[in-house]
Design a protein around this ligand. Structure first.
Ligand SMILES: [Zn+2]
Ligand SMILES: [Zn+2]
Length: 300
């Protein structure tokens, strides 16, 4: 493999990551928050505070850095494939469509498990300050926060992606579908508006699905709802917010209209160091014993 092809892959991959991010985050953010008809989503906003424009700029800045790190790690995966170290296969006929979809499901399930446990690790107070604090500065998050990570966290998030290629046979098509799935749901879960229908959180099947309400409670309260696509691990490990189902499609805070000028900008709150200190180690504070002062309303 020539150097040119490898560098071509790197820039192609970087361009695709950026395109996915700007396309999905940009479209959803415009639709629900900044576009001319965004006010129709006011009743579905999860929190009443308006993110500052400074917050959005920071989210985009960190996401650009994350995209670069994702492209580098993807490039390493490409070199490993070229060297014959991975289990990548190119013809769908070789394994059939059954394996194509099963491998996609496996990538999602492994990613979920990896994300849940690395996420809990990053909430250990010392690790949190270094790795994960940047992501929690988005309160409330916007769609642009989907990739808003400190470079150390971005590296943790990126390493699992090419790792699949070493574990089991993966068709590049299934891998691309997985990357789109990852981006789209990350954007939806950060957009600050609950787009899923009423009853979703109590539905027999969809109750296991993470929603914007679910993930936004994590941004606000730190010690609940660590899941990425599903809340199965949260339910199993008892880290699910017990108020999740009842709070779904009901604003957690009885607020003034979302655009009320009296809303305090998030940037102002960022200056208060106590608000960005992690409340506690999740491993020493089970969800049932959390004190009420960790609720978002205490931060208003
Ligand atoms: Zn988040
Ligand atoms: Zn977190």
């Amino acid at each position: 493999m020539s150097t040119l092809s490898a560098s071509g892959f790197f820039f192609g991959s970087l361009g695709t990551i950026l395109l996915r991010y700007f396309l999905f985050a940009g479209a959803l953010d415009f639709w629900v928050r900044s576009g001319p008809r965004a006010s129709r989503f006011d009743s579905q906003r999860i929190e009443g505070r308006k993110p500052s424009s400074g917050q959005v700029r920071r989210e985009i800045g960190w996401s650009l850095l994350t995209s670069l790190i994702f492209a580098f790690v993807g490039w390493a995966g490409f070199l490993a494939w070229q060297a014959g170290w991975t289990k990548v296969y190119l013809s769908v006929d070789e394994k059939g469509w059954g394996w194509f979809f099963l491998s996609l499901f496996l990538m999602i399930a492994i990613h979920e498990t990896y994300f849940y446990w690395t996420h809990r690790w990053m909430h250990l107070p010392r690790v949190f300050r270094l790795f994960h604090r940047v992501h929690h500065e988005s309160r409330p998050p916007t769609a642009w926060a989907a990739f808003s990570f400190h470079p150390l966290e971005a590296l943790v998030e990126a390493l699992i992606l090419p790792a699949f290629l070493f574990f089991f046979p993966v068709h590049p098509g299934a891998y691309v579908v997985f990357l789109f799935y990852m981006t789209i749901f990350s954007v939806i879960h950060h957009c600050g508006v609950e787009l899923y229908p009423r009853g979703f959180a109590r539905h027999r099947v969809f109750r296991a699905w993470v929603s914007a309400t679910h993930h936004q409670a994590h941004h606000a309260r730190f010690t609940v709802n660590y899941g990425l696509y599903f809340n199965v691990w949260d339910r199993w490990m008892k880290t699910q917010d017990p108020r999740y189902e009842e709070s779904f499609r009901k604003p957690a805070l009885p607020l003034k209209p979302w655009i009320a000028p009296s809303n305090r900008p998030v940037a102002e709150e960022r200056l208060k160091p106590e608000l960005m200190e992690h409340p506690n180690s999740v491993l020493t504070q089970p969800s049932a014993s959390r004190s009420p002062d960790q609720s978002p309303s205490a931060w208003q």
